[in-house]
Design a protein around this ligand. Structure first.
Ligand code: SF4
Ligand code: SF4
Length: 305
């Protein structure tokens, strides 16, 4: 089984347009959208969802109001300011909230603000009434869908949901399982941009990483950082310069630097309004007869996956 991961040093390089086109060009692929922070492959591939699963990660505190003695110890101990007056449904009068700032939180109803809670558990330790539970936090969901190219695994992070790479690992794991069970031999992964945990979770053990970059100073700088990451994890890497004709000199420099860093150059994609048009029509560039589509097909043919 071959797993091709398309990543970029930063957002906005055209990574997802390239990934969507590869999903179209690949022979019976499984598709994985690991850019879970800003998932948008679904906008092009129009998945029809057949399975949804909750994504849980970390913990969050919850106060049981019936057991709480309103002593305020939890609010005083929380270093994250996550325990706040419970002003929902009129349980606390405005005067109580004002008093809590003036005299401390004792005597008033409290609740945990889920966006501030780090799940450290200190409040549970100090609570004399055992009124605090630490519950698994629901951070989003992951889905298995059908698309016109094949099965797709994708995810959606909830508001404030943490992306430590765990959700990315789940999406990859499921894509591999589906590929094994359905006898498909290619997985096309739209990876996250940047260098953080989600990227590391996306590339480890991949057959090939394609880095999509742009011919700018920041593009060259980010590419160097991404290639140091692929080298560190011993993953073969190739490079593609998108909109190369906007700065041919910089494209040459990027090609030379990529080779110096041990990566091969898969090709270039010219600037083409057909890419924007394809996005507006929610289609992949490779589904058109545009010059950019020709370039993308050439890059696909050059991939040594
Ligand atoms: S678990 Fe930690 S961060 Fe969350 S409310 Fe309790 S003390 Fe604060
Ligand atoms: S420490 Fe426990 S009893 Fe005291 S206010 Fe907090 S939840 Fe209520």
């Amino acid at each position: 089984m071959k797993e091709l991961v398309i990543i970029s040093g930063k957002g906005g390089t055209g990574k997802t347009s390239v990934a969507a086109s590869f999903a179209i060009l690949a022979d019976r692929p499984v598709i994985a959208d690991c850019d879970v922070d800003a998932a948008d492959l679904h906008l092009v591939l129009a998945p029809s969802i057949r399975e949804r699963h909750e994504f849980r990660s970390g913990r969050e505190a919850r106060i049981r109001p019936d057991a709480c003695r309103r002593c305020g110890a939890c609010a005083e101990s929380c270093r994250f300011g996550a325990i706040v007056p419970d002003d929902r449904a009129g349980k606390v009068r405005l005067g109580d909230v004002a008093a809590s700032f003036a005299t401390g939180p004792a005597g008033i109803a409290l609740r945990v603000d889920p966006f501030s809670c780090e799940g450290c558990g200190v409040c549970q330790l100090v609570c004399p009434a055992g009124a605090i539970d630490l519950l698994e936090r629901t951070c989003g969901e992951w889905m298995i869908s059908d698309t016109r190219c094949g099965p797709m695994v994708h995810a959606r992070l909830g508001v404030g949901g943490e992306n430590s790479g765990k959700l990315v690992s789940i999406v990859r794991r499921e894509a591999r399982r589906i590929a094994e069970e359905s006898g498909r031999t290619t997985i096309v992964v739209d990876g996250p941009p940047g260098l953080g945990c989600p990227v590391i979770a996306s590339i480890g053990g991949a057959s090939l990483v394609l880095v999509v970059t742009e011919p700018t100073v920041s593009g060259a700088h980010d590419l160097a950082r991404v290639l140091s990451l692929t080298r560190h994890f011993a993953v073969p890497a190739m490079v593609c310069v998108n909109r190369w004709d906007l700065n041919p000199e910089m494209t040459e420099r990027i090609g030379a630097e990529a080779r110096e860093a041990g990566a091969r150059v898969a090709g270039r994609i010219r600037y083409d309004r057909a890419v924007t048009l394809a996005q507006m029509q929610e289609t992949a560039v490779a589904e058109s007869n545009s010059p950019a589509a020709t370039d993308i097909r050439r890059v696909w043919a050059n991939l040594e996956v």
